[in-house]
Design a protein around this ligand. Structure first.
Ligand code: IVH
Length: 749
């Protein structure tokens, strides 16, 4: 390396040759690194070569190669691909499966916008491409970055590979200064089949379906491999743009086409649900002859101004929905029923099947839901499958809808073997021997072992390190199992992860000396753990794995409370009220029973109120606040309180918190918002928007929307007909304004 001539002295010929050489060497180094090959360049050598490559590119910019190593950001230190934080989150879509749900979708939007059922409301309808989404960033008309969706917030940098896709323009004429184009990368049926032929001839693994083939081809470290596997791209959406593309969804897609992107020819503008459903039927009928996989039709509100008003729930737009095609079916034999124990203790029956292809995917496991489902009973106690139970040895019908876990739809009794016996659902936990209890009204039987059940503890840990949670590089499900069983350096609870390095040091760095480990891999793991010691509040709440608290609820809670301490205090304060809530449910059920027996109407409110009498104001207020959060209901609230009140669980959480630095949740991006952190109340009639829209907009600006006026209220927005709330506000000296003044304040129309 010392012998290399000065970059300044290189001729164009020499520079070109050296860039080609460096691309090859650095690529090989990446591959060897990831194969764990010891012959690879050391990090310093690697960095030196990379610097030289950058220096040559700086001097001869026009010689920069499509597969330039400088586009493979951070490949060596931080894993396969560099990470990209999306300027705007990449959202997913809500699903619908039948016409009724499409009418509901239209109704919801009209209600939200305050549109009557006769007011015109246009949509677009277009195929839902079954590939993987990609975001392409253009600056001054040049493609500067391509990123996968990842978890929606952070994706992988696949720029070098995206440059190999002919459908993706490298330069645009007449584009906004900043333009992020989003769409789907997919592989056509013809290319998929040809690829599998080539793969099997070469003795390499074949792909189950075009989607996997597309994903595997895009996420190749060697961009040349991507080039050899023809991928295609349809543009259908956008992220950050410095100037709007159009006023309508349809117009924006037309603009993307004019800029040189492939857009789907079956994109149509539709007038309402009936029209959407007609277009759906048309697309479904053409499905088999399209030459690429689609798994439904996406409907979007056409007017971009209305899209903006409708906005987003946590991860999905209110203005769009995916109408999925019906599930694919196949028959096969049920070989066994296994019981797995999940992180909340649920005993879940899993069907082990004789492998069968369902819609292009080989299926050998399916969920059987719960014991009633196996027995042929539905959630309401009535029959399902005409009461037919499911037995080991039966012929069963398997179906898949979208990406979801396959399910069992039906049983063929004519093929039932003589020897088949009805399935006996276990009443003790197969993992720890504790009683497995089924509570009244619950379809699921649960292990009562809590933290002493190894399956629960291990599943909790796996959830804790999973992608939407702590996402610790090098600590996946497999490693968690290993550490859980380790005697010298065990991980039994989340806090143990963060004390791992200290304990290892006491052990004189035993980890580095073990089979399958070395100083580097142990060091990498400790570094990855350190990197996660600072954690955003929403991720932390989700990671705890509390029943009913998924990613959406976790981020709603984080946004509402802002800090860990505020969150914990609120849950603790709501504790006594949660108990009352459950007693009130029981009292209501009892009252209904008695009333039915006595042949009179049930007096529900008095029955519930009697239970609540004597609950402290503070507990009630905390409870109301908790269940008043958009998306959080009594079920989630009870579950939170229960988890925090369980002693072992609480101790485990407290020990974890002591190890972490929790980042407060920014109440969305509300910088510059005049109402961030304010508590506001709407009352009376709103004329410019519906209540739901007013609430969502206020919340998106960082305000808290409350249902009642108190000393903590900052602003009351009073429309015509405002009554007692306006009086109370006046009494308390709360600032009061009308709808127009409010809109002027938040800068809206
Ligand atoms: S729109 C904010 N349109 O489906 C809405 N998505 O299930 C952004 N997809 O992540 C998505 N075809 O990868 C949209 N015509 C289409 C689509 C489409 C396929 C994918 C996309 C998205 C996923 C959601």
């Amino acid at each position: 390396m010392q012998d290399a001539p000065d970059v300044d002295k290189l001729t164009e010929e020499e520079a070109k040759a050296e860039l080609a050489h460096l691309a090859k060497v650095l690529l090989k180094a990446n591959l060897e690194y990831h194969a764990g090959d010891d012959q690879r360049l050391n990090d310093a050598e690697y960095d030196e070569l990379k610097r030289r490559n950058t220096a040559i590119e700086a001097r001869f910019a026009y010689l920069k190669r499509a597969d330039s190593p400088s586009d493979v950001v951070g490949a060596v230190p931080s894993g396969r691909f560099g990470k990209v934080t999306h300027a705007q989150r990449m959202m997913s879509l809500g699903n619908a499966f039948d016409a009724g749900e499409i009418h509901d979708f239209d109704d919801r939007i009209r209600k939200y916008l305050g549109l009557g059922s006769d007011a015109p409301l246009a949509y677009t309808a277009e195929p839902k491409i079954d590939g993987l989404s990609l975001s392409l960033r253009y600056e001054a008309g040049t493609l500067v970055q391509a990123a996968t969706r990842g978890d929606g917030a952070v994706g992988e940098n696949v720029t070098a590979n995206a440059r190999m896709i002919t459908d993706i323009p490298k330069n645009l004429d007449d584009a906004p200064e900043i333009l992020e184009v989003r769409g789907e990368v997919y592989m056509s049926h013809a290319h998929f089949e040809a690829l599998n032929v080539r793969q099997s001839e070469a003795g390499a693994k074949t792909f189950a379906n075009p989607r996997n083939a597309a994903a595997g081809s895009l996420r190749q470290l060697d961009a040349e491999i991507t080039r050899a596997r023809p991928l295609a791209f349809f543009a259908y959406a956008w992220g950050e743009v410095s100037a709007p593309l159009a006023n309508t969804q349809f117009g924006a897609v037309e603009r993307l086409a004019a800029l040189g992107f492939s857009t789907n020819p079956l994109t149509a503008r539709c007038d309402g649900p009936a029209d959407l459903l007609a277009h759906y039927a048309d697309i479904e009928q053409r499905r088999a002859s399209l030459g690429y996989d689609i798994d439904g039709v996406v409907y979007k509100v056409d007017d971009l101004d209305l899209q903006r008003r409708l906005g987003y729930r946590s991860t999905t737009p209110r203005w769009a929905i995916a109408h999925k095609f019906p599930a694919e079916l196949a028959w096969t034999r049920l070989e066994a029923i296994d019981i797995t124990v999940g992180r909340t203790g649920a005993l879940s029956p899993v069907a082990r099947l004789s492998p069968v292809t369902v819609g292009g995917v080989v299926v050998s496991n399916a969920t059987l839901h719960n014991e009633d489902y196996i027995a042929g009973r539905g959630g309401d106690g009535g029959d399902i499958r005409d009461g037919k139970d499911i037995r080991v040895g039966d012929w069963v019908q398997v179906y898949r809808a979208g990406d979801v876990i396959p399910k069992i739809a039906d049983v063929d009794l004519s093929k039932r073997p003589e020897s088949a016996v009805s399935f006996e659902f276990p009443v003790i936990c197969p993992e720890c021997g504790s009683d497995a209890i089924r509570e009244e009204g619950d379809a699921v039987r649960r292990c009562s072992g809590g933290m002493i059940c190894p399956a629960q503890a291990m599943e909790k840990l796996k959830h804790f390190v999973s992608r939407g949670a702590f996402d610790i590089e090098g600590l996946g499900a497999k490693q968690v199992e290993m550490f859980y069983r380790d005697d010298l350096l065990p991980i039994h609870t989340p806090a143990d992860i963060f004390t791992l390095q200290a304990r290892d040091n006491e052990n004189l760095s035993k980890l580095a000396k073990r089979d399958g480990w070395g100083a580097t891999s142990a060091g990498n793991l400790f570094a990855a753990i350190e990197e996660r010691r600072t954690v955003p509040l929403a991720r932390l709440i989700f990671a705890l794995g509390i029943r009913h608290v998924g990613e959406v609820a976790a981020s709603d809670l984080a946004r509402h409370f802002g800090s860990w301490q505020a969150f914990v205090d609120a849950v603790d304060a709501a504790g006594p009220a949660a108990a009352r809530h459950l007693q009130a449910d029981a009292a209501e059920a009892e009252e209904r029973r008695i009333a039915a027996r006595e042949g009179r109407r049930a007096r529900i409110k008095p029955a519930r109120d009697a239970v609540w009498d004597g609950t402290s104001e503070a507990a009630r207020a905390a409870w109301d606040d908790l269940i008043g959060i958009d998306g959080i209901g009594a079920t989630v609230a009870v579950s939170l309180v229960t988890a925090f009140q369980q002693r072992a669980e609480r101790a485990s959480i407290d020990r974890l918190i002591a190890e972490l630095a929790v980042e407060d949740a920014a109440a969305r991006d509300t910088r510059g918002s005049p109402v961030a952190g304010k508590t506001v109340v709407f009352t009376g009639t709103l004329e410019k928007m519906t209540r739901a829209e007013a609430k969502a907009r206020a919340e998106s600006l960082g305000a808290k929307v409350s249902g009642s006026v108190s000393a903590r209220t900052d602003i009351l927005i009073a429309g015509p007909g405002a009554g007692s709330k306006a009086d109370k506000a006046a009494e308390l000296g709360v600032q009061t304004m009308d709808e127009d003044a409010w809109l002027a304040l938040i800068g809206g129309t």
